[in-house]
Every structure is written in structure tokens, then in C-alpha cells.
Design a protein around this ligand. Structure first.
Ligand SMILES: [Fe+2]
Length: 369
């Protein structure tokens, strides 16, 4: 038994129903604009401009042809589109919130060599970042170029004011508190950049002695908890622009005005920006600022609640890839007697998503470089 199609509303919509009961309605204009015949056969890009969509658009007849929906329009044009494409259109993104660290703590790290050379391991790592916002690898040794090799597997480094890569270790005259021995509250990096770096990688090159444990928490899980339990605070943090600023030692001043909780057009969380070291509010109206601080502290306390963070003392050769729009990270204090050198870099999330789509579609077709 195969899918069936019915026309509705005078041909302005078609409804496809599969044998398992799943159904999708598609607009005639969408089908005209997205069918196979609308695409250039070589590049795959849409061959017509949007002005060709002007005017009435109705399907005259439609049927299932193999694994595709075929439709003949009143203009005489034909369009075909794969049934799998129609069905996948409403698949939700594979995000799994973790208000507590159990799923992360229970997932064994992926070996770095496997990640570099095996498509299944690559897919596992990228899937974890997409689903949980974070993946841990081990076995990368002390190779200072490991983060660059890791990014080359799925995309491109995002160079920033900290360079192509950056080294997190104690410096005598640090321009950023990350380069000291002090503990760091949970935060996202570079909220003063526009656009903000979307992915971050950290690789432990030297990690001797005690201290310096790294902490991660799911900012989206805590923001959703805030939305449920304190909707007024969520509203304030998602609708009020805050400002973050970083004044570099060379005099440059990086600044961005953005809400702490950034929502997309549907109201879903798109990014969390949380970094008290670089918060830079204008004096503003006192009552509004008081309300903002109340909301901010409610979220800050939620993020820092005991037992919610995933804590890992990164050993030499361990590497973490995480979504800087979702995952907040921090660390416990270091000591000068316990040398610790992490090399980090930023990368673009869309490269990860593009590569994940490729390996999920045809894992055997992905090159190992
Ligand atoms: Fe950081």
C-alpha cells in the first residue's frame, strides 16, 4: 500500500497521506516553487525568479508516481517532489535538553583517531553536539594543532580578536581573566561579538596536578525551566537588550547589545549570552534595571544550582566541542603549581550542521580529511 493524495480548496492545496496515518498538506504555490522541475538540473539551484509565482496558482490533477508526488498545474506545468522530502519537512531538530548532567556523564568519550578517520565516529560526535550541545573526545595527545585538525573535519575555524586559536593558561599580565588562576562562573564566550562565535573547542595539552576542573551546563534547559517557572523573568531577559563589552589592551573595544535570552521568530531559544565579566549595562532607568537584575539573578542562580553542571577535569589529550550559543562553561580555580594549558578555537556551527547532514545521508561517502 502506498501513499495517496487528495486535492483541496480548489487545487490550492494537496494532502498526502501515508499508510501509517501520517499526512502532510502542501500549498500549491510551494509545490510549484519547490518541485524538481523548478531546479536547474546541473547546479540544483532554483532556476526561476520569485516574480514567476505572481498570480493564481492551482493544481489541476495530482497522483503518486513511485516515490514521488506528481502534480499538473492549471498553467500546464508539471512538478514532482519526493515523498521523503514532504515527510521530513516537519521533523523536529534532534535537541535533547539536560537539566542534570547524567546523559553527558554516561556517554564515553570518542577516540580522536576514530573521529578523524571513521565516518561513524564523526557522525557520533557531531550528533552529540547537535543533540546535547557538547561532545567529549580523548586520545588527542599533546599535539598543539589538534583543535585545528578537529575543525577541519567538519568545517572552518572562526578567527577572532583572540587569534585563529587561543591558549588558556596562566599569564603574568593577562588581558582576560581566563588567563589567570581564578575560578570562572558559568558563561558563554564573547557575548560582545556580533555575530557571536557559535562553536568552541578546548583541548587539554598539559593538565598536571589538581584544580582547574571544567564545568558545563545546558543553558537552554535552564532557560526553558525559567520560562515554565518564572515566565515574567523569562520575558524580561528575552525582550530587554543588555550590553556586553570587552576592552582589549590595545585599545579596541568590542561591544554588542543583545538580550541574554535570544529567541527566534517562533519564540524558540536561539542563543543564550551570559558572561558577568563582560556585562556592561547603561545606567538606565532604576526601576527597570532592578527588574532586569531580578530576572538575571533568577536565571544566574538556576544555571549555577548545585548538581546541574557536568564537571570534568580535562586530562591531557581530551577535547571538548560545544555549542557556545547553548552551553555555558566555567572552571574551578587553578594553582600555579599545577600546570595547565588548554588550546581553544572557535568554529562555525553551520559547517558542523552541513557535515552532519552529509554523513547522515551517506556516511560512506565522506572523506576522512
Ligand atoms: Fe570561556
Amino acid at each position: 500500500m502506498t501513499a495517496r493524495v487528495a486535492l483541496m480548496d480548489g487545487g490550492r492545496r494537496a494532502c498526502v497521506t501515508w499508510p501509517d496515518g501520517v499526512s502532510r498538506e502542501v500549498a500549491a504555490r510551494w509545490l510549484f516553487d519547490h518541485g524538481d522541475e523548478a531546479r536547474d538540473p546541473v547546479s540544483g539551484q532554483r532556476g526561476h525568479g520569485a516574480l514567476s509565482l505572481y498570480g493564481p496558482c492551482a493544481i489541476e490533477s495530482a497522483g503518486i508516481e513511485g516515490q514521488a508526488l506528481g502534480a499538473r498545474f492549471s498553467s500546464g506545468a508539471w512538478r514532482h517532489i519526493g515523498l521523503a522530502r514532504l515527510r521530513e519537512a516537519s521533523t523536529p531538530p534532534p535537541i535533547s535538553l539536560w537539566p542534570a548532567p547524567d546523559p553527558i556523564a554516561q556517554a564515553p568519550p570518542v577516540r580522536f583517531d576514530d573521529y578523524l578517520g571513521d565516518d561513524q565516529a564523526l557522525r557520533e560526535v557531531l550528533s552529540r553536539v547537535a543533540r546535547w550541545g557538547l561532545a567529549v573526545l580523548d586520545g588527542a595527545g599533546a599535539d598543539p594543532d589538534a583543535v585545528e585538525r578537529a575543525v577541519a573535519r567538519f568545517g572552518f575555524i572562526r578567527e577572532t580578536n583572540y587569534g585563529r586559536t587561543f591558549d588558556v593558561r596562566i599569564e603574568p599580565q593577562p588581558g582576560n581573566l581566563a588567563y589567570t588562576d581564578q575560578a570562572l562562573d558559568l558563561h558563554t564566550d564573547n557575548p560582545y561579538r556580533d555575530p557571536v562565535p557559535t562553536l568552541q573547542l578546548l583541548h587539554a595539552i598539559i593538565a598536571d596536578g589538581a584544580g582547574g576542573e571544567t564545568l558545563f551546563a545546558d543553558g537552554f534547559a535552564h532557560a526553558e525551566a525559567l520560562r515554565r517557572e518564572a515566565p515574567g523573568a523569562f520575558e524580561v531577559l528575552s525582550r530587554t537588550p543588555a550590553r556586553f563589552t570587552f576592552a582589549a589592551k590595545d585599545g579596541s573595544r568590542w561591544s554588542c547589545e543583545t538580550p541574554v535570552l535570544h529567541l527566534d521568530a517562533t519564540g524558540a531559544l536561539e542563543a543564550v549570552r551570559l558572561n558577568h565579566r563582560s556585562l556592561d549595562l547603561a545606567p538606565g532607568e532604576p526601576a527597570a534595571l532592578e527588574a532586569w537584575y531580578d530576572a538575571y539573578l533568577a536565571f544566574y542562580r538556576c544555571v549555577h544550582a548545585p548538581g546541574t553542571a557536568y564537571e570534568r577535569r580535562l586530562a591531557t589529550g581530551e577535547m571538548v566541542i560545544f555549542d557556545n550559543r547553548r552551553i555555558v562553561h566555567g572552571r574551578r580555580s587553578l594553582t600555579i603549581e599545577s600546570p595547565r594549558w588548554l588550546r581553544g578555537c572557535y568554529a562555525d556551527y553551520d559547517g558542523l550542521a552541513a557535515t552532519l547532514a552529509r554523513v547522515e545521508l551517506a556516511p560512506e561517502a565522506v572523506d576522512a580529511g
